[in-house]
Design a protein around this ligand. Sequence first.
Ligand code: B12
Ligand code: SF4
Length: 536
Amino acid sequence: MNETVALDARAAGRPLRIVLVAFYNYQAHAIRMFHPLLRARGHDVHSIFFKNYFTYNVPSQKDEDLVVDLVTRLKPDLVGMSVWSTYYQLAARLTRRIKAAVDPVVIWGGIHAQTRPEECLADADLVCQSEGEAVLAELTDRLGLGRDYRDIQGCWAKSDDGAVIRNPPRPLLQNLDLVPPADLSSENKYYLGFDQWRDVPAWDAEAVSYDVMAVRGCPFQCTFCIHNFTRKDAEGLGTYIRRRSVDHVLRELREAVATRPKLRTIAFSDDIFAPARPWLEEFCERYKKEIGLPFIVFNFPGMVDDRRVALMRDAGLWCTTLGIQSGSERIRRECYGRETTTQTILDACRTLKRHGVGVNLDFIGDNPYETDDDRLETLDLLCALPKPFYFNYFSLTYFPGVDLTERALKDGLIRDDEVEHVAQKGYHLWGGHLMGTRSDEQLYWDVAFGMAVHGFPRAFIRGLMKTDAFRRNIRTFARQMRRVRTIARAKGRLVDYVARRPNLVYQFWADTNRAEMPAEAVLQANFDNSPFSQPV
Ligand code: B12
Ligand code: SF4
């Protein structure tokens, strides 16, 4: 089971030129780690970040041309792309053009490559089936020595006659401290903005938020989420949930603070930040002393308790995101595979409020398995939750390989082309112009939920929903909700300013969309994201 490649060794063969590409994410963790790992092995590494996250706009021809031109000039031996489903078609277009121009070996990894390897092999030479560190170390050694690479463990490849070669899986990396902390220098980094390259040192110098990840894995397997696929896929390959040491994480954060003078917050990307108590105690004590910036984490309602929140609050926790998804216990359990009770959700939010920690709640809408009774339960929950909270309302997106997508396909509720790698809903979904694309029926619920979030009394909302006037004038109501939302957002920002704490919407806006805007104002923070949120 032990990994056979020493990650920190020098390359076995000649040094290579390598280009790594991430899509819609200037802080892509995988690329940020692969870059120093491959450089330490002696290679000339260049990382391209094709637009930033939360910039929801489709790539233009010019965007793609700029990247192809740059890669053509770099003339790499190897190109590695990290591919999420929304960006699959973009990765395929770029790969075809790069291959035609300079013909490097192209390897894809990331979530989409793992869930749809055969389809990805139509364009990539190799598809990484799990974690990339050891695969990249071995692949670059083989390329440097001029050896065949198609039998690398942990990858699928194509044989000469085009057949798919399914190599056995690779064990999961058990000691995450073997991976070098993220490379934060601007050397050989390229950030694509809107139709132009950005000034990377200037961009990083202005950063107000820094993303870090301490954990790989999650104890749950919700039916819409990637762990529903990867956990099964990783069976027998080693411990699934792994954590970096506190030392390793703090080393990276010290570097972030030193290189980004305007940092105001740290964002932990861990799926669930719920470490064992000894880790948490060591982390909280040292983080407070050595970093001291407010931080934000993702958590699970059933894992929020007084003692842990008190510890983290004292260390600087200012906000936590909780996945709620639906107010209906039936939908949470039967449809999403989440066992949390409504009482647990309410208790978690109240505990966080009591400790003065901000609450950022994720909900999923547009679920065909939900009935109106389920939606009314969501309404009731929104009314009952302590206010204010950030409300993130996402339209259900069907990602490949997970149970919910398979079920919806089987039940005939969606077609193949509604699965995300074809649908590419993610380019538009949270774009602020969402309201124009909502049906009257969807708006009926959107408005009701919006009113609940902003503290309208439950009896009033329920009464209003029964009137004909509400349905008949739903678009007028929606416009008014948009105003309420805008005022609430301004108020939230003012309150946070007075309390001298970061504001989540502003923080993400300032970090992701702070330069030139595209002509159309579609920019949208991912947070506080109802159909009525104005673009920021
Ligand atoms: C952190 C995170 C975020 C952060 C990103 C912060 C950051 N700095 O990267 C934030 C909060 C911004 C975010 C946003 C979104 N996210 Co997100 N996010 C994640 C999360 C939790 C972790 C991803 C991660 O970085 N993992 C750590 C790295 C090291 O692991 P990795 O990327 O899996 O890479 C490993 C392997 O895949 C492989 N590998 C990866 N790339 C490559 C490349 C090569 C060449 C090779 C060889 C190997 C390789 O090696 C790596 C480690 O060894 C995942 C869930 C998960 N646990 O995977 C969801 C996830 C990636 N997000 C997802 C989605 C949908 C979104 C949003 C659309 C959510 C939303 N509703 O708005 C937005 C989109 C943002 C945008 N682009 O505009 C989905 C993608 C689903 C899919 N099939 O594509 C995931 C899988 C969650 C889910 N629903 O299942 N996200
Ligand atoms: S708790 Fe969150 S990260 Fe874990 S499986 Fe469920 S949705 Fe995914």
